[in-house]
Design a protein around this ligand. Sequence first.
Ligand SMILES: C[S@@+](CC[C@H](N)C(=O)[O-])C[C@H]1O[C@@H](n2cnc3c(N)ncnc32)[C@H](O)[C@@H]1O
Length: 375
Amino acid sequence: MSDQTIEVDPVTLEDDYDDDGGSGYTGSGSTMTLMSAAKVYVYENGRRFHGWREGRYAMPNDEEEQDRMDLQHHICLLALSGELYVAPAMKDPKRILDLGTGTGIWAIDIGDSYPDAQVIGVDLSPIQPEWVPPNVSFEVDDIEQLWLYADNSFDFVHIRQLTGFINDWPRLYAQALRVLKPGGYFEAQEFVGIGCDDSSVPIDSYMFRWFDLWAEGIKRAGKQLPDSHADGLVSAGFANVVYRRIKIPIGLWAKEESGKEIGLYMRQHFIEGGESIALAVLTRFLGWSKEEVDMLLVSFRRDLMIGRYHGYTRFHCTYGQKPEKEKVMEGVNEGGKGEEEKEQKKKEQKEEEEKEQKEGEKKEQEEEVKEEKIG
Ligand SMILES: C[S@@+](CC[C@H](N)C(=O)[O-])C[C@H]1O[C@@H](n2cnc3c(N)ncnc32)[C@H](O)[C@@H]1O
């Protein structure tokens, strides 16, 4: 797939919803080092969110959202002809890092592809499966904090679909540069925005409105929403930066079979995932009620089904290579602030472990007392 204008199927498509004006939405179909604290979840407007570092990330982590992430993974693979990344092929990698790993599906696939590499997936939520390849492990951590990984210790650092949820991208690029081995690659993949090349989607369509409102909420929350990471990677000191974008049709309007297939999945992804993506952003940052979001989603789903609308979203892939001669990033690679933060983070982790241990011991004692009473 490419960023060329997508050829439209000349056969006029029927709208995919009933004539009764309904939305056509049929409801959603479709070895771990984890801190127990992260398993405490919070509920908001009927959806489950991460509880550890509560409020950091504005999308749910429940099963419905996990299904959306896995469907999106499938769409990414279709867009990249089955490839997990677009950077030059890795040769005998030893360590791979997946930031904001979600269900861990990319980490597991890359672990299967490179059985000799150790793959680490990091996320705020411990929602990854327990049965994973032996070379894949998951950690609960906040990637916006200082990373404790050693300098020059990874061959590849991957992040997917985190634009709009990171406060400080330059800091993240700098940390990635620090932990990468010279010659190693950082790659970011993002779906951003709604587009149309032939004006078939009216500018007041809910396809645009849904995205524009989401983007406004993200801006209001003070998050950065880069689609291309190219400038950021160059500024951080990466070399050989490459940016590629691919148009992904939404619906069945593309002429080519491959376009129809991916378009069908993309439309379903928005129908089922529209709420996951927009709910907390609109309620938390724009002050909308759940009912207002529901109404917006009905209109959004209706417009997604209109066959004459030739809308698409863009898949943005950016990668950059750590130069052989390392550029030192102030405050992150050097001592001073970075070292202080590292010490502070180690202290916090130790305190958290001690707290967990104490709670565990207390629970054990309580259980012993209970057993004694029963006995
Ligand atoms: C949209 S999902 C993408 C998941 C995965 N990268 C994929 O493409 O399948 C974003 C994930 O990033 C995680 N996340 C968001 N902010 C984070 C942070 N500050 N630290 C760690 N994980 C974070 C979320 O919990 C969520 O699982």
